[in-house]
Write a protein of this length. Structure first.
Ligand code: NAD
Ligand code: AHE
Ligand code: ZN
Length: 370
């Protein structure tokens, strides 16, 4: 079939909205009509050329929601008409990783996914001239129709609005999951969140949900303050307005150091600050941000010797097929909020404008509705 898609032909170039050819689902795969997709900073990271795993030409996008149109041979867990959220972290429930409760990083299809290919080593996308186009993060939600492995779709309730719950495909789950699954933060804790964008705001609402006592937000953009307060931030810090070193300032503000800190910037200097403002003896810092190619983190080992812990999280430690439908229920039942964070709704033709808004710090989430 033919479908409209925004194609990243080259690193650093705007996406090109065009028709592409899409082959039908093979065994174990499903064809999904994407109804809406969010624009995550990670899409921009890859589009820009900063991602060491970035491959071109590719159809980016990994924060979608849609409807199953057709299923390949052997597919049992979903059927045409089911509403689904694509998963860049699949859940096969059989691999060594899925069977280990310590991780959500299913590895069943990771190697082909990283090469922009379906599990059989081929792509379902090509240009109208017949040249191959790669998949991205196993999702390619910047295409109106896409093919996904069955293990990479979470079936969700049919009454959930696509233009809101698409955000659960990455940002919402990553932020809330980092608090609940990775940090396992407890009521009464003090926390510092660095970067109050699409991920950081969801860390804030995760901390509010578990009953944190103090939730400090740190961002260089003062315009992020208002929305962050709405999502539970108790104290705002703009590093540009702090005289001297930020670490002692934050340690003092959190009365000895934070129990939990979260990097949602991808900046390795911020990651160091986030670790070092943790409480001596027990503070834990969770890295969520994705850093550019070649960037490395550093600190004095003494920081860890004296009890601070550095962790990372992918997709908030969530097991997608199991956890994503529950998070959709949380949204539908009013336990979490999404709507105010979706600041811009765009057509596919306007998708590059969505990346401009991200750069200008004017959007939290832009969502493309097909
Ligand atoms: P975003 O652009 O919406 O937000 C980033 C925020 O960080 C902005 O508000 C910006 O002003 C702020 N910021 C930048 N530099 C800063 C600094 N030095 N100090 C303080 N604040 C600073 O991006 P997002 O969509 O929220 O994504 C955040 C990061 O998380 C990205 O690196 C993204 O790739 C990554 N991410 C990781 C996962 C995962 O599973 N680990 C999932 C989604 C996104
Ligand atoms: N390709 C990058 C790393 C990108 C990365 O860390 N991706 C996160 C999800 S970000 C979603 O917005 C992730 O899930 N990583 C685990 C994995 O297996 O990819 C690089 O640096 O090479
Ligand atoms: Zn993302």
């Amino acid at each position: 079939m033919r479908t409209r898609a925004a194609v990243a032909f080259e690193a650093g170039k705007p996406l090109e909205v065009t028709e592409v050819e899409l082959a039908g689902p093979k065994a174990g795969e499903v064809l999904v009509e994407i109804k809406a997709t969010g624009l995550c900073h990670t899409d921009e990271f890859t589009r820009s050329g900063a991602d060491p795993e970035g491959l071109f030409p590719a159809i980016l996008g990994h924060e979608g929601a849609g409807v199953v149109v057709e299923v390949g041979e052997g597919v049992k867990s979903v059927k045409p008409g089911d509403h689904v959220i694509p998963l860049y972290t699949p859940e096969c429930r059989e691999c060594e990783y899925c069977l280990n409760p310590k991780t959500n990083l299913c590895q069943a299809i990771r190697s082909t996914q990283g090469q922009g290919l379906m599990p059989d080593g081929t792509s379902r996308f090509k240009t109208l001239d017949g040249d191959p186009i790669l998949h991205y993060m196993g999702c390619s939600t910047f295409s109106n129709y896409t093919v996904l492995p069955e293990i990479a779709v979470a079936k969700i309730r049919p009454d959930a609005p696509f233009d809101k719950v698409c955000y659960i495909g990455c940002g919402v789950t990553t932020g809330i999951g980092a608090v609940i699954n990775t940090a396992k933060a407890e009521p009464g804790c003090r926390a510092v969140v660095f970067g109050l964008g699409g991920i950081g705001l969801n860390v804030l609402q995760g901390l509010r949900l578990i009953g944190a006592d103090q939730i400090v937000g740190v961002d260089l953009n003062p315009a992020k303050r208002e929305m962050a307060e709405r999502f539970g931030m108790t104290d705002f810090v703009n590093p540009a307005e702090v005289e001297g070193d930020l670490v002692p300032y934050l340690v003092n503000l959190t009365k000895g150091g934070a129990d939990y800190t979260f990097d949602c910037t991808g900046n390795v200097n911020v990651m160091r600050t986030a670790l070092e403002c943790c409480h001596k003896g027990w503070g834990e810092s969770i890295i969520i941000g994705v850093a550019p190619s070649g960037a490395e983190i550093s600190t004095r080992p003494f920081q860890l010797v004296t009890g601070r812990v550095w962790r990372g999280t992918a997709f908030g430690g969530a097991r997608g097929r199991t956890d994503v439908p529950k998070i959709v229920d949380w949204y539908m039942n009013g336990k979490i909020e999404i709507d105010p964070m979706i600041t811009h709704t765009l057509t596919l033709d306007e998708i590059n404008h969505g990346f401009d808004l991200m750069h200008e710090g004017k959007s939290i989430r832009s969502v493309v509705v097909y």
